[in-house]
Every structure is written in structure tokens, then in C-alpha cells.
Write a protein that binds this ligand. Structure first.
Ligand code: 3HC
Length: 693
């Protein structure tokens, strides 16, 4: 099917893009556009042109899947040049999103008309790029750099109404979009002069330039690792320094360099991986989610409260259930206090705060869950407790209600066995703080109904989460891999590294904090309790807990936190304790380089990831990457652990693991069969999904 249709409406040529799902500007669409513009200009009966689009989007931008492949002409900047230089005026009729190259197409047109629901944005920054088809040159000329730069820096779209106010759009109409665009096009043609090109549009002023420079300074200060922020500043600054054509050429050069940057490649991998997770093996679009109009959350602790907030934030009424009035009141007060902070920060209006709180109904006793379409249990992490709750829920909830456990480690089928409806029981594993963290592991035990899983996934999206369906198994995906990192961090201490060195290696890699700062924040007693329950030992971590150094809450853990300080200071006592333990174990301590520390922390995680894939606990390596980016702050520009491993080379990782296994005698460190096989074949994890079809 031709993705670009040509038709005539009196003297106006209507060019309609129709390339599902989102009219991305792939090679065929670009060629079709050039051809259609040429045809319209060659046709004497045509006096003006409209570019419209079929489907839910106007244009979602350049075709991201083409990046990194050999470029195929016509190139987008040339297509836009053809549009802009058309002797007959061209008008864009925008419905849905006009993003990236899509908005750049609209900017190359001589006028723009949109529906009120249209969204206009230049999100390239989120892919590690900058606009590469004139966006940095045309948008500032049209609306001023001080409005255009923040749009490109955040990458967030603006609604049509604001586009109209800012002069980005010429008209916004709630119906008859095409007819309006045709009328505007006829009007421009009637003016009888050549359409105005971007080079001639100039809203730039000294005041605008000064305002932009202030924004640029701030952006550069916060840019961190991303090379596209300085590139964006440079490109936008060019509108004040260079003629239009030269500015375009400079932008293109910056853009092409970024396309080849490994950080952008990683972000593009994440873009597609985050879309892949929607494809759950064995569950097609014919499986319809059950309707969810109300929810109940069991447990008003930090986790339960955060989950209840997720429902309230999404406009879903939620019953918050506790065993007694006092913990219930505490929970509700904690929620209200969190909303208060949002109001103080200006991110929530007092009215919205009241509306959200009104959606949360506190109730004592499980009978409160009777009317709920879904129940999320966030009670104490102990099988007996969970089974008792689920047994009770089975009696009080209505047929077809989904019963979800927020367990982090426990076996979901054993929980389900307490009910007579295992087909409705699954895991919904939120991450702390639940109202903030994006990751949701949807745990799919054997025996659960497909539509129950589809419901949890659809609901997760409605709650603004990134739902990844995972198999049932200890720690599921995220925590199972985290445990390997925790063990590796402890081993490093005994072998010769100090907590601050281990943490620094991960911070320099791009994590917000390292494992020991993290443990101090979460409370070292949590891991201690869990180790004791499982009969596991970690000499340093155990000794720290035996000393009562539970972390920030006790003023000291691996680090010292004098007077409630958030940033820890090195603790000589802890460092001496670590050295003593090394000596007791007969270990001669040695120095570790940052690279060695990183390899020792991350390789065992990757190894566990390989086992998780082999066991089918995660469907694809990309799913594991999405888990780590959205739940554990793995830096997105490094693409996730499995993507990172492919970049290092699985043969390198396998060799390093073998060496570690030999040195420590720990069999768990031996390369997993999948890792070994792929390494031997010279392949990466990326080939895993492809091989599995
Ligand atoms: N290129 C290729 N495929 C794209 C795409 C793009 N720009 N945008 C979306 N898709 C694909 C998705 O991969 C997905 O494919 P699948 O069904 O096979 O998994 C499908 O379109 C639907 O996407 P979503 O699942 O994300 O659908 P939503 O309705 O939730 O969202 C959207 C639609 C808002 C358009 C969202 O997909 C999006 O934000 N897309 C990316 C927009 C973007 O970043 N554009 C800039 C590209 S870079 C550029 O233009 C450079 C230029 O300056 C030169």
C-alpha cells in the first residue's frame, strides 16, 4: 500500500500520510511526500497543498528503527526543504501527535491547523538526540528561543491550545480539520505571493537571546552525561549567530554525530524494549482485560499507602484496609502528608489533593474488600500471613475479582493455594516508593487466567507504571539479580575494597547511589532478617547489624550520618571491622580498580539474568533491561544490564566469571549455560529473542 495518498479538493491538493501505526517518516513515506509535492506543483489546476494524516497520529517523527542503518534518500531535511520551497503554499492539518520529525514537517509548512487534542513536541532529547530536520532552527524563529529551547530540552509535548497562544499554530478547530486546512491553504494561495519561508521568519530579539542564554547556562550545569544537551545549546544558539541555511547544516552535523553515540543507541534500545513488554507471550489482543472500577489495598504501611495513592492518582476509588484503627489512621496521615508536600511544591493543587484523598476510603477489616474489582495485598512479608489473608479474601470478594499480592520474594502459587480461585491470583510487585517508582512486576504463576494477567498489565499502564510480566520464582527478576549484586558487594569488602570505593564505582557508572548507601537508606536490618530466615551469612553485613548500625535511621550503618545528615561519611570503625573480618578469614586484602569493582558487581547480575532468561522468568533480555532501568535506577543511557553485557562482550564476561568462580570457589559464579553458549557462538543476548522467534 502506498503510504502517501494524493487527492484533489477543488484547487487544493490533499496529501494524506497513511503509514500505521504512527506515520513515522520511513524511506517510503519520505519518497511519497516528495513525489506528491512535486505532483501538486506540476499540476496547473492546483493552487495550494494540505498535508494531512490518517490514523491516531499526525506523524510520530523519524522512523527510529532506521537509525544506525545505511541512510536511504531522500533525507528528511531535503524533504522539508522541498515542502518549504514549494511555490504553492503548504498547510499542515494536525490531529493526534506531531512529534520530532513530525513537528518538523509541520514547521516546514507555511501554516499549521490542529485539533484541540493535538500534541506538539520535539522529544529527540529523550533518545539522546536533538532535532535533526530543522527543528532547532525553525521553532525558535517562529516562537522565540526562550519558548522553543525548554520544549526541546524537556522533550515534553505541548497541547494545541498553547501552540496557538505561542504562534506555533495558526488555527485550532474542534471539528472539520481538513476543511479548515483547505480554507487556510486557499487563503494563502489567494494572497498571490510566494509563501514565506523560515529564513524570512524572525521573531528573535535581544531579550529573547538573553533569556535563552540564562536557560542554556542552567541546562549545561545539569547536563550530566548526556552530550546532546550541549549540542542542543549550540544548535539553538546558532539561530542568533548564523544565517538559516548554515544553522541547518550545523544542526544536521550535530544530529548525525549523536545518532552514532553509544548513549543514544542505548536509549533507542530502551525505547523499543519498553514497547516490547506490551507483547506478553501467549496473550494476544483477543484477550480482553477485565473492567476495573474500584480497588482495595490490604495494609496501610509505607508500601500499601503508596499503592493506594497510585489508584487515587489515577482516579480509581480505593479502599485502604488495616487490622485496627491506629495503623489505619497512621497510614492515612502519611498519605496526606505526602500529598501536602506536593501541594507545597506546586505540583498538586489543593483541590486535586482533596479529590485524591476523597477517593481513599479507610476501613478496618478484610470485609471492606467485598466490592473491589481488584485487591492488592501489601501486608507483612510472611507466607502464613499472606495465606491467611488470601483465604479470607476468597470468602469476601466478588467472583472474578483479581487478587494480587505485592510480595517481593514469596511463591505466588502457594499464596493462591489458600483460595479456590487460583485463576484470579497473581503478583503485582510495586517498588518503593510505590507512588513514584515506575516499575511494576506482574507475576504470572502457572494456572492464572490470561485475562487476569492482561488486566494487571492494562491497570499498571493506567496507574502510570511500566508493567513487565515475569514468571514466578524467588525474587522474580529484579530482586533476584539484586541479590547477586549484594553478595558481590560483600565479597568485595572482604577481598579488599571499602564501602565508599564500591559505591563510588557504581555512582561513576551512572547509578544514583551504590549498594551500601542504598542499604543504609533502606535499613540494614531488612536484609539481616531475611538472611537469618534463610540461614544465610554475610560476615560484614551481619557484624554491622549486630552492632546495631542499621543505617540512616540509627545515625550510622556502613557510613556515619551525624545529626541526621543524608550523605554518609566514611566510618573508621566500619573500615576497621571490615579489615578484621578479612584477617579472620585469612584474606590478604588488595586494592581494586574501579573497573574491577564494576565487573565484580555487574557480571554476577548478568549471569543471573541469563539464568532468568533460560528459565523463562523473563521473556526477553530487553524485559530485564526495562526492569533495571525503571525499578533500580540503572542509567537508561547504558541501556540496562543485558544490553550493557552485549556491549562488553559475553565472552569477556564469561571469562571474568570463570576466574571469579575459581578464586572464590562459589559455584553460583560459574557462567550460566546460556551465557556460555552465546559467548562460544560469539553472540549477544540480543540474539536470544530472535532465536526464540
Ligand atoms: N519510529 C518508529 N516506530 C515508532 C515510532 C517512531 N518514531 N514511534 C512509535 N513507533 C512504534 C512503536 O515502536 C510501536 O510499535 P509496535 O506496535 O510494533 O511495538 C508503535 O509505533 C506504537 O507505539 P506506542 O506503543 O508507543 O503507542 P502509543 O500510542 O502509546 O504512543 C507515540 C505513540 C506517542 C507516538 C509514542 O510511540 C512515541 O512517543 N513515539 C516516539 C516519538 C519520538 O521520539 N519521535 C522522535 C523521533 S526522532 C526524530 O524525529 C528525529 C528528527 O528530528 C530528525
Amino acid at each position: 500500500m502506498n503510504p502517501v495518498a494524493f487527492s484533489r479538493n477543488a484547487a487544493v491538493a490533499v496529501i494524506t500520510l497513511d503509514s500505521p501505526p504512527v506515520n513515522a517518516l520511513g524511506a517510503a513515506v519520505r519518497a511519497g511526500l516528495v513525489e506528491a509535492i512535486g505532483r501538486a506543483n506540476a499540476d496547473e489546476a492546483v493552487s495550494a497543498i494540505v498535508i494531512a494524516a490518517a490514523g491516531k497520529a499526525f506523524i510520530a517523527g523519524a522512523d527510529i528503527s532506521e537509525f544506525g542503518k545505511p541512510p536511504v534518500p531522500p533525507f528528511l531535511p531535503d524533504v522539508l526543504d522541498t515542502i518549504e520551497r514549494s511555490p504553492k503554499p503548504v498547510v499542515a492539518a494536525i490531529q493526534g501527535v506531531a512529534l520530532g520529525g513530525g513537528l518538523e514537517v509541520a514547521l516546514a509548512c507555511h501554516a499549521r491547523v490542529a485539533l484541540p487534542s493535538a500534541q506538539l513536541g520535539l522529544p529527540e532529547i529523550k533518545l539522546g538526540l536533538i532535532p535533526g530536520a530543522g527543528g532547532t532552527q525553525r521553532l525558535p524563529r517562529l516562537i522565540g528561543a526562550a519558548k522553543a529551547f525548554p520544549m526541546m530540552l524537556s522533550g515534553d509535548p505541548i497541547p494545541a491550545g498553547r501552540g496557538l497562544e505561542w504562534g506555533l499554530l495558526d488555527e485550532v478547530v474542534s471539528s472539520d480539520l481538513l476543511a479548515t486546512a483547505i480554507r487556510v491553504a486557499e487563503g494563502l494561495a489567494g494572497e498571490g505571493r510566494r509563501p514565506v519561508t523560515s529564513a524570512a521568519v524572525d521573531k528573535l530579539t535581544e531579550a529573547d537571546r538573553a533569556a535563552f542564554e540564562v536557560q542554556a547556562k542552567d541546562a549545561l550545569r545539569k547536563a550530566g552525561e548526556m552530550p546532546n544537551v550541549p549540542a542542543l545549546v549550540e544548535a539553538v544558539r546558532n539561530v542568533f549567530l548564523l544565517p538559516f541555511e548554515e544553522g541547518l547544516a550545523a544542526e544536521r552535523k550535530l544530529f548525525l554525530a549523536l545518532v552514532d553515540d553509544p548513549r543514544s543507541k542505548a536509549l533507542r534500545h530502551v525505547f523499543f524494549a519498553e514497547r516490547e513488554i506490551a507483547k506478553v507471550p501467549g496473550i494476544g489482543p483477543e484477550v480482553k482485560p477485565r473492567p476495573i472500577a474500584s480497588a482495595a489495598v490490604i495494609g496501610a504501611g509505607t508500601m500499601g499507602g503508596g499503592i493506594a495513592m497510585c489508584f487515587a492518582n489515577a482516579g480509581i476509588p480505593v479502599t485502604l484496609i488495616e487490622t485496627a484503627q491506629a495503623p489505619l489512621d497512621n497510614g492515612v496521615n502519611r498519605i496526606a502528608a505526602i500529598y501536602d508536600i506536593s501541594v507545597q511544591r506546586g505540583s498538586l493543587t489543593p483541590e486535586a489533593r482533596a479529590a485524591r484523598l476523597a477517593l481513599i476510603k479507610p476501613v478496618v477489616g478484610l470485609a471492606g474488600a467485598a466490592g473491589a474489582d481488584i485487591v492488592v495485598e501489601a501486608a507483612f512479608e510472611e507466607m502464613g500471613v499472606k495465606q491467611q489473608i488470601f483465604g479470607e479474601l476468597d470468602k469476601v470478594t466478588k467472583p472474578g475479582a483479581i487478587l494480587a499480592s505485592n510480595t517481593s520474594y514469596l511463591d505466588v502459587p502457594t499464596i493462591a493455594a489458600a483460595t479456590k480461585r487460583p485463576q484470579d491470583v497473581l503478583g503485582m510487585h510495586f517498588f518503593s516508593p510505590a507512588n513514584v517508582m515506575k516499575l511494576l512486576e506482574v507475576v504470572r504463576p502457572k494456572g492464572v487466567a490470561d485475562d487476569a494477567i492482561a488486566t494487571a498489565v492494562a491497570l499498571g499502564r493506567k496507574l502510570g507504571k511500566v508493567p513487565v510480566v515475569v514468571g514466578n520464582g524467588f525474587g522474580f527478576v529484579g530482586n533476584r539479580m539484586l541479590e547477586q549484586r549484594t553478595r558481590a558487594a560483600e565479597r568485595l569488602l572482604v577481598a579488599g575494597a571499602l564501602p565508599y570505593e564500591v559505591d563510588q564505582a557504581l555512582v561513576d557508572f551512572g547509578f544514583k547511589m551504590g549498594p551500601f548507601a542504598m542499604a543504609d537508606l533502606a535499613g540494614n536490618d531488612i536484609g539481616w532478617r531475611s538472611r537469618k530466615a534463610r540461614g544465610l551469612k554475610a560476615p560484614v553485613a551481619d557484624a554491622i547489624c549486630e552492632a546495631g548500625w542499621f543505617g540512616q535511621k540509627t545515625g550510622r550503618g556502613y557510613y556515619l550520618y551525624p545529626q541526621g545528615a543524608r550523605a554518609g561519611q566514611r566510618c573508621p570503625e566500619v573500615e576497621a571491622l571490615i579489615q578484621r573480618i578479612s584477617a579472620e578469614q585469612g584474606v590478604t586484602r588488595r586494592a581494586f580498580s574501579q573497573a574491577e569493582i564494576l565487573a565484580r558487581l555487574l557480571d554476577p547480575m548478568v549471569n543471573e539474568g541469563a539464568r532468568i532468561l533460560e528459565e523463562g522468568i523473563a521473556a526477553r533480555p530487553g524485559d530485564i533491561d526495562v526492569v533495571w532501568i525503571n525499578g533500580y535506577n540503572w542509567p537508561a543511557w547504558r541501556g540496562g544490564p543485558m544490553y550493557w553485557a552485549d556491549g562488553v562482550g559475553l565472552d569477556v564476561i564469561a571469562k571474568r566469571l570463570e576466574a571469579q568462580a575459581a578464586e572464590s570457589g562459589d559455584k553460583a559464579l560459574e557462567p550460566a549455560p546460556l551465557l556460555k553458549r552465546l559467548a562460544a557462538e560469539g553472540k549477544g543476548f540480543a540474539s536470544f529473542g530472535a532465536a526464540a522467534g
